[in-house]
Design a protein around this ligand. Sequence first.
Ligand SMILES: Cc1cc2nc3c(=O)[nH]c(=O)nc-3n(C[C@H](O)[C@H](O)[C@H](O)COP(=O)(O)OP(=O)(O)OC[C@H]3O[C@@H](n4cnc5c(N)ncnc54)[C@H](O)[C@@H]3O)c2cc1C
Length: 502
Amino acid sequence: MPPETAAPAKGLVLIAGAGPVGLTLAAELARYGIPVRIVDKAAGRSETSKALVLWSRTLELLDRGIGAAPFVAAGCKLHGVNIVAGDAVVGRIRMDGVGSPYPYGLMLPQSETERLLEAGLAAQGVTVERQVELESFTQGEDDVQAVLRHPDGRQESLRAGWLVGCDGAHSAVRHGVGATFAGKTMDSNWMLADVHLHGYPFPDSEAAVYWHRDGVLVVFPISPGRSRVLADLPPSGLARSPAPTLEQVQAVMQRRGPPGLVAHDPVWLAGFNINGRKVARYRWGRAFLAGDAAHIHSPAGGQGMNTGMQDAFNLAWKLALVIHGTCADRLLDSYGPERSAVGDAVLKAADRLTTVATLRNPIAQGARNLIAHLVLGLGPVQHAVAETLTELATGYPDSPLNGPALPGDGPRPGARLPPTVGQAPPGTGATPRFALFAQPSGAVDDLIGVFPQLLEPMPRPPVQPDALWLVRPDGYVACSATDSVAIAAYLRRIMPGGGSGA
Ligand SMILES: Cc1cc2nc3c(=O)[nH]c(=O)nc-3n(C[C@H](O)[C@H](O)[C@H](O)COP(=O)(O)OP(=O)(O)OC[C@H]3O[C@@H](n4cnc5c(N)ncnc54)[C@H](O)[C@@H]3O)c2cc1C
């Protein structure tokens, strides 16, 4: 039977996959008034804890839309990570000092993160279509023609303006565009155990990484008494690591962890292998890739889900401005280079962290422990590590979207402008607008008058006297200048046809 064909919908965004990344994208687009359909082939949300932490930068970005408050209310705050070798704490990374309204990692099982994202989406009138699978698609000049399979076996042919593959590591969209998922599978097996613990020697607000000569043991408190335990195991030659038993978990903890640490009442026991893979391109005409569809890597550092959600934040405001006709299609060309550079950095860092944590050679282990002790004792190093972990240091220094920069030590184009307490972050509200940080003046009023669809209606307090800072709807600096002419030129550059601005 031929598929039913729906009416064409040029502005419609079809999102394949309702994991944390698809849900974030749908929620962002919906608040910008963009019609979306979000489909997922699974019958329900993921019920396992998987990614456990929402980092500071993700919470800041959530705050521009559905709000970080429900997540903060549901989670537990992680203030530090201890690195232990033998009997000694060789390093302690504190999150309290990072410059964010959210100076911590928020421990929240992925199932809860997804529940809250879906609730935020439902509040905007969008429902996830479950048991609906993206089967195939083709692209035209102005649209994407997708075939969806419904639970009763019915096929639907849908015409959308854009397709975003948030459909995870085995992405149908990635296969459809023919992108290579280049990388490797690490030659080790891992165990994961969400268990209740007795005898954990650190406060519930601190994680611990035990470097042992056999390998690594990581303990992340999830909620009072309940923790995530991770450990690498010798290569077994099996393609998939088997789930451990509670006894096996206990044996590894006993050997590598502190004395008296006891696991009981397991919630989830799983085995996993680590892949480091990434696509080279995130945009293929009218199709985009985001989240695990574009990059997967070691869970070291807990960056996977956060990186994916930040892909979605990056893409949403750009898609909204292009669909509204305010900006030219070429604005979307910046999505790939910006997020691919972040993806490369995350993959590299996760790989390095995993390699360092799983060193087997005793001489290399000794050198590692000594260097960690020396380096992590330095305040600036500790601060830099915390800013990287919390993703506050993430930026787009080489973005094609970066405009001119004033000399001096003000924030550079591509850098995150920290949110100001008591001020709504840029990008809040029903339309993505750039924020202008400048002293009020006639010239500033004129500029806002010329670009009413791109600029917030009021300037914000200046970053530096006698200077203008233009900040993107996702809170990253676009450019800085001493006069409004350079700002106007920047805005015209992203408008349709170069834009007259009038
Ligand atoms: C055991 C385990 C532990 C992990 N631990 C951590 C951690 O500690 N920290 C961390 O950051 N990350 C961790 N991760 C990774 C994290 O879970 C992922 O990075 C995150 O889920 C990615 O979100 P996503 O939305 O991109 O993809 P997913 O969560 O995989 O969601 C993709 C969705 O797309 C749907 N889908 C697939 N194909 C189709 C199709 N053709 N049509 C419609 N729908 C489709 C799927 O049903 C799924 O719901 C872990 C993962 C696993 C498996």
